[in-house]
Design a protein around this ligand. Structure first.
Ligand code: 4NP
Length: 166
């Protein structure tokens, strides 16, 4: 791997089903990184396997699209212990996801394990609400949390990159 590639942040967002919160986060981060001109790779996954190969929930797709982001092409995948070597950052949507990820993390895993809302001022330590069993309006509130946290995450990554590149 070239040195430039070694420095590219690779971010994995993780929720339970990988059809609502984490694909919205993946879409929001990809768009936010492009808007800032940052080279960041991003993917999402679920701790569960029910939706492997499925597109995002139609409500998540509609909410992202209302914000100009098309996530219809994403497909569900399940988090894998190898992900702790493949990604630089693994971002859990809630505390249960974080606990499950800690259980899955190999001893030599190198990825930084983070909680999504630790990047949204005032919401540190809390989880992004699971909107799956709620109504359509819950998805917009979740989008707002995710979009805010993505901006905080991008701030912190941009700061790290400035530090690395001097
Ligand atoms: P997500 O929401 O974790 O934000 O993708 C869920 C989607 C599906 C299920 C649970 C949560 N499910 O039980 O199928």
């Amino acid at each position: 791997m070239k040195p430039k590639d070694a420095l590219t942040p690779r971010i994995l967002f993780v929720c339970l089903g990988n059809i609502c919160r984490s694909p919205m986060a993946e879409g929001a981060l990809r768009a936010g990184a492009a808007a800032r001109g940052l080279n960041i790779e991003t993917v999402s996954a679920g701790t569960g396997d029910w939706h492997v190969g499925h597109p995002p929930d139609r409500r998540a797709q509609a909410t992202a699209l209302a914000h100009g982001i098309d996530i219809s092409g994403l497909r569900g995948r399940q988090v894998d212990p190898d992900d702790f070597h493949l990604f630089t950052h693994i971002v859990a949507m809630d505390r249960e996801n974080l606990r499950d990820l800690k259980g899955l993390r190999p001893a030599q895993g190198t990825a930084a394990l983070l909680l999504m809302l630790d990047h949204l001022p005032g919401r540190e330590g809390t989880g992004v609400t699971d909107p799956y069993y709620g109504g359509d309006d819950g998805f917009e509130a979740v989008w707002q949390d995710i979009a805010g946290a993505v901006e905080g995450l991008l701030d912190s990554i941009a700061q790290d990159q400035r530090r690395v590149s001097g």
